[in-house]
Design a protein around this ligand. Sequence first.
Ligand SMILES: [Mg+2]
Length: 271
Amino acid sequence: MIIYDDEKINKVANWPDKEIYILLDFDRTITDTDSETSWGILSKSNLVPKEYKIAREKLHNYYRPIEQDESLDEKTKNKYMEEWFYKHIDMLIKYKISKDIIDDTCQNLTLMKFRDGMKEFLINMHQRKIPVVIMSAGIGNFIEAFLHNHHCLFDNIYIVSNFLEFKNGVAHGMSDKIIHSLNKSNELLTDEIKKHLKGRDKIILFGDTCADTKMSGPTPREKVLKIGFLADKIEDNIMAYKDVYDVIGLGPTSMDDVAKVVKIVGFKNES
Ligand SMILES: [Mg+2]
């Protein structure tokens, strides 16, 4: 089921392709709700030590409910999310996760799957030359490999995420700026990406947590259409989602479901 703000939908209906860009979260937005996440996928590899899997599971069981609790204040939640992030990185280092393991996992990302219609959406955005920025607190190495494996790593796609770095073939840390689930903002866009977004001041944003709506930063509210996917704990979180999203897909939602309401994301071709 989709709920939406009629007035807002009408306003964006005529946004021209050349003035918009897409901001997308990755885990559970590009991928399906039941899909393995870019942080979780590694624990499914046969090559990682059992101790890593157990420790990772423990962290996940502790922090994931906190991430999902939209009633927690931002500062407190931020603190927990950073803690989770750094503890996980420490684990990757402690268990000496190698580049070979990462490469092997990248070859076999079958536990991650696209949200229905998302692949077609990315192909359509590529055909329409609309830039797509994927902003993810996950692991960029897996995001890139996933898109590559599905032949969707198009030249209009820019990935802003955490990339694992290696020293002598072993995980050593993350690329400079860390992105966790609460510090997403357009301040993370590099000058190079901004160049490709020049002249485009309208954004269609997709996310699956309330914090994802911050990806567009201080862009005026009337210039962003925010589309959210709420699959779990719907009753607990619906009010919080209504505060920040213009369109909300409740439960399993395909991109076709979204396109029925938001025509602009459907198969429109402008020349
Ligand atoms: Mg997500």
